[in-house]
Design a protein around this ligand. Structure first.
Ligand code: FES
Length: 134
């Protein structure tokens, strides 16, 4: 299933049956996150990717507390100390590596992971096959 990707800038995007190129690795600051909003078939999707070096963590941009997007300011997904994913609405904190909430109103809940990776060309990709199967 092809995705129609929009993330604030009109950049070239490679579409494929099994994966979708989101951006280049260097477009995500190390220790920070980046949000992506797009349609996949008839489904509107909002995800974000956090980068720690070459390690990438992807999640649906949906707080388990009230189902709100996590960020107020575009691409601000990380707490001030750089240690956690932050929901800006009520301050929930989530572990970067597994999306588990360690503080806030949804303590113990989890962000929904999405399969992201880095291809051989330095591009951040989203595995779309996983979503198509749901
Ligand atoms: S909506 Fe995220 S903490 Fe309330």
């Amino acid at each position: 299933m092809e995705a129609d990707l929009r993330h604030g800038r009109d950049e070239g995007v490679t579409k494929g049956a099994a994966s979708q190129v989101l951006c280049r690795l260097e477009e995500i600051e190390d220790g920070a996150g980046k949000g992506f909003y797009f349609t996949q078939g008839a489904v509107e999707r909002a995800i974000f990717v956090v980068r720690e070096g070459d390690q990438l963590y992807g999640y649906e941009n949906l707080c388990p507390h009230l189902g709100m997007p996590l960020e107020f300011v575009p691409d601000q997904f990380i707490s001030a100390d750089g240690s956690y994913i932050l929901c800006s609405t009520h301050g929930a904190l989530f572990r970067i590596e597994d999306g588990h909430c360690v503080s806030g109103p949804c303590l113990g809940a989890n962000l929904v992971p999405v399969a992201v990776g880095l291809d051989g060309k330095g591009q951040v990709t989203l595995e779309t096959k996983e979503r198509a199967a749901q």
